[in-house]
Design a protein around this ligand. Structure first.
Ligand SMILES: Nc1nc2c(ncn2[C@@H]2O[C@H](COP(=O)(O)OP(=O)(O)OP(=O)(O)O)[C@@H](O)[C@H]2O)c(=O)[nH]1
Ligand SMILES: [Mg+2]
Length: 460
């Protein structure tokens, strides 16, 4: 049992309407009682829990009023942490917030570590580890889709699936046990073919979860997208059009963008980290040269490349060089400036980039933009998982555990196919069980838990 009381400012720093100072732990109600003077009555304890009470925070040493506040206490176990919780709503200025935090600390409360409230919710068994991780994803979600997926995970969507697989493993293990030592008579012994069909079923369930992880990662972290092309083809115009604002400078002078410009945007719920680059070309200009180098770096690490070509121009040597680089990459090709007379050789393009989607657009006349967005969505969901589904594996830690679980169960299947002894099979199946337990936190080391919560916000 955790026996100390912790505190933190739960709201963002700076000036705002209100700030909230939060406490959790066994002594928080007594401490509130010690520093809070209700407008009516003498003690907060005379009011029922979960009732917001108006009054003042007072430093009893010199009877100084620190702020006019609303305070509430909530009794364990039906709280965020499953412990007693206090929240003080004060004026959202730096001075009252700091003074109230100080007086709380003076009363013997310890400053919370980042994520410690949520960590207590986990340690006290209110939520599992995957749910706790979802809390941070909810806060940091950049798009509605990212939020919906995190909410699904917080409500136990992922955990439920993991638990289902784990319980079929337990069942399989119990059959193996009887077959090893004939103890429990009410459970049937298992044959090798039966065992294989069970492990194959487990494999399939894990595989189907893993399949969602590529899209899941993008939903959570964003799709690293880079716009490339030779100078003056309309890269910055595209960036601005997708952002629906004039972010990057657009002129008819080749070499206008001399450095990379990074922005975040949402394409139908998919967060895009999009980079407009300096047109890639040989140049003597020192600044532009650095820009071109940086563009290449972004190009190398991008998840998606949007190549812009000028359809009113023939394919040049510079275009061909870039085309060569995108052949094996996930890329979308835009033929821009279709409002002008066409000079580009489309047949050649289709020949050199046979598997790439080529979209004709006129960014100037806002033609074809929605087609670009639709194509990006299609590429992300890959036609495999439905876009209206909110059940994705978004977290790299979960993905790694699933992969580990899959490897173990596959080894189990292989061992069963070779009729290896049951006690050897049992080891593989147990490993699979443990790897899945890492996701929900049933089987996970303390230092991993430590690391997970260290990335949380203070006060959450
Ligand atoms: N006619 C026509 N002009 C366009 C279109 N899109 C962009 N332009 C023009 O092309 C010129 C270059 O556009 P930018 O967006 O600056 O091109 P860029 O690729 O970013 O150029 P650099 O930054 O120099 O590499 C500008 O004058 C734009 O107005 C289009 O669809 N049709
Ligand atoms: Mg530009």
């Amino acid at each position: 049992m955790i026996d100390d009381t912790i505190t933190a400012i739960a709201t963002a720093p700076g000036e705002a309407g209100i700030s909230i100072i939060r406490m959790s732990g066994p002594s928080c109600v007594d401490i509130l009682d010690n520093i809070f003077k209700p407008k009516k009555g003498s003690s907060i304890k005379a009011f029922s829990e979960r009732k917001l009470v108006y009054g003042h925070i007072v430093d009893k040493e010199d009877d100084r009023i620190l702020d006019e506040v609303l305070a509430v206490y909530m009794k364990a176990p039906y709280t965020y942490t499953k412990e007693d919780i206090v929240e003080i709503n004060c004026h959202g200025g730096i001075v009252p917030t700091r003074n109230i935090l100080e007086i709380v600390l003076k009363n013997g409360v310890r400053m919370a570590e980042p994520g410690e409230f949520t960590k207590r919710a986990f340690l006290n068994g209110r939520i599992d580890l995957a749910q706790a991780e979802a809390v941070m994803d909810l806060i940091s979600a950049k798009t509605d889709k990212g939020f919906d997926v995190a909410l699904n995970q917080l409500e136990g969507g992922l955990s439920k699936k993991v638990k289902e697989v784990r319980s079929s493993i337990v069942e399989t293990l119990s059959h193996i046990h009887v077959s090893i030592d004939y103890t429990e008579e009410d459970i049937e012994e298992i044959t090798y073919p039966e065992l294989i069909s069970r492990t194959r079923e487990i494999e399939e369930k894990i595989e189907s979860m893993l399949k969602t992880s590529e899209t899941g990662k993008i939903i959570r972290e964003g799709l690293n997208t880079v716009i490339i092309g030779k100078p003056n083809v309309g890269k910055s115009s595209l960036m601005n059009a997708l952002l629906r604002e004039s972010r990057a400078i657009v002129t008819d002078i080749p070499g206008t963008t001399r450095d990379v410009i990074e922005e975040q945007l949402s394409v139908k719920g998919i967060p895009l980290k999009i980079v407009d680059t300096a047109g890639i070309r040989e140049t003597e200009d020192v600044v532009e040269k650095i820009g071109v180098e940086r563009s290449k770096e972004f190009f190398n690490k991008a998840d998606l490349i949007i190549l812009v070509l000028d359809s009113s121009d023939e394919i040049t040597k510079e275009d061909r060089e870039i085309i060569n680089h995108i052949k094996d990459r996930k890329a979308l090709v835009l033929l821009n400036k279709t409002d002008l007379i066409k000079r580009i050789d489309e047949d050649e393009l289709e020949r050199v980039l046979p598997s790439k989607r080529i979209i004709k657009v006129s960014i100037l006349e806002e033609e074809g933009l929605s087609e670009i967005e639709d194509e990006i969505v299609k590429m992300v969901y890959g036609g495999e998982v439905k876009a209206d589904n909110n059940s994705f594996v978004t977290n790299l830690r979960h993905k790694n555990s699933l992969q580990k679980a899959l490897n173990s169960i596959r080894e189990g299947t292989a061992a069963a196919r070779q009729y290896l002894p049951f006690d050897l099979l049992e080891v593989d199946i147990k490993d699979c069980y443990d790897a899945l337990g890492e996701i929900t936190g049933d089987t996970v080391d303390d230092d991993i838990i430590q690391k997970i919560f260290a990335n949380f916000c203070l006060g959450k």
